[in-house]
Design a protein around this ligand. Sequence first.
Ligand code: NAD
Ligand code: AHE
Ligand code: ZN
Length: 375
Amino acid sequence: MKTRAAVATAAGKPLEIMEVDLEGPRDGEVLLEVKATGICHTDDFTLSGADPEGLFPTILGHEGAGVVVDVGPGVTSLKKGDHVIPLYTPECRQCPSCLSQKTNLCTAIRATQGQGLMPDGTSRFSIGGEKLHHYMGCSTFSNHTVLPEIAVAKVNPEAPFDKICYIGCGVTTGIGAVINTAKVEIGSTAIVFGLGGIGLNVIQGLRLAGADMIIGVDINNAKKEWGEKFGMTHFVNPKEVEGDLVLYLVDMTKRGADQIGGADYTFDCTGNVTVMRQALESAHRGWGESIVIGVAGAGQEISTRPFQLVTGRTWKGTAFGGARGRTDVPKIVDWYMEGKIDIDPMITHTLSLDEINKGFDLMHGGESIRSVVVY
Ligand code: NAD
Ligand code: AHE
Ligand code: ZN
């Protein structure tokens, strides 16, 4: 079939809206009509050329929602008409990782997904006979896409596509980092670095978990009001701090008889390795945990004095908020429908596919929280 897509022809170039060819679903695969897709910073990261796994030409996008329009042979868990969210972290429930119950990082199709291919080692997308790569197993910047059924979550059909697409990455990543990865307890103190589409969801996750002090850190003062909307209690702009940021944050979080500062939990939502170090070092001596969410470019490394770990801080990372997609994503959609979590105010811009490059400009200018393309 033919469908319309925003194609990334090469690193650093604007996306081009084109008609592309899409083959139907093979064994265990489904064809989706994508109804809406968010634009995540990770799409921008890969388009920039900084992603070691970046392949071109490709169809980016991994934060979508849509409808099943066809199913391949052997598909048992989905049928035509189901409302779904594509999963860049699948859940096969059979691989050693899924069975371990210790991680959400299903390994069933990770190797081919990283090569921009379907599990059988081929691509369903092409243009004029030339292969196009899939992206993160999703390629939601196409009006239609094909995914393996293990990478598709079936959700409440009443839920609006233009909002729940954000659960395909940002919402789940932020809230999941708090609930699944950090397992934040009631009364905790937390610091969130970077108040964008991910950081604000970490903040609303911290509010849900019952954290007491939620400090937001961002170099953009406009993010103060945004953080406060979702539960942030204090705001710090590193550019306005005289002296060392870590000492400043540790001082802010001093409590108890010994007056040792540092947060119980800190979160990097910037992808900046200097910030990751600041986040680790502003965690509390003895028990503070720092969660890396941000994605850093090829060649970037993190560092700290080992003494920071010797004295009881823990450095952790999280992908897709530790969520098991087919199990957890439908629940998060229900939380949204029940009013337990907010999404609507974070979707600051709604665009057509033809306007998708504007979504990247708004992100670069710090003007948007999330832009969503509606097909
Ligand atoms: P975003 O661009 O919306 O937000 C980034 C925020 O960080 C902005 O508000 C910016 O002002 C702020 N910032 C930049 N430099 C800073 C600094 N030095 N100190 C403090 N704040 C600073 O991006 P996003 O969509 O929220 O994504 C954030 C990061 O999370 C990206 O690296 C993205 O690739 C990554 N990500 C990871 C996962 C995962 O599963 N681990 C999922 C989604 C996104
Ligand atoms: N491909 C990159 C890393 C990109 C990355 O870390 N992706 C996250 C999701 S970001 C969503 O916005 C992820 O899920 N990672 C786990 C995985 O298996 O990809 C690189 O550095 O090579
Ligand atoms: Zn993302």
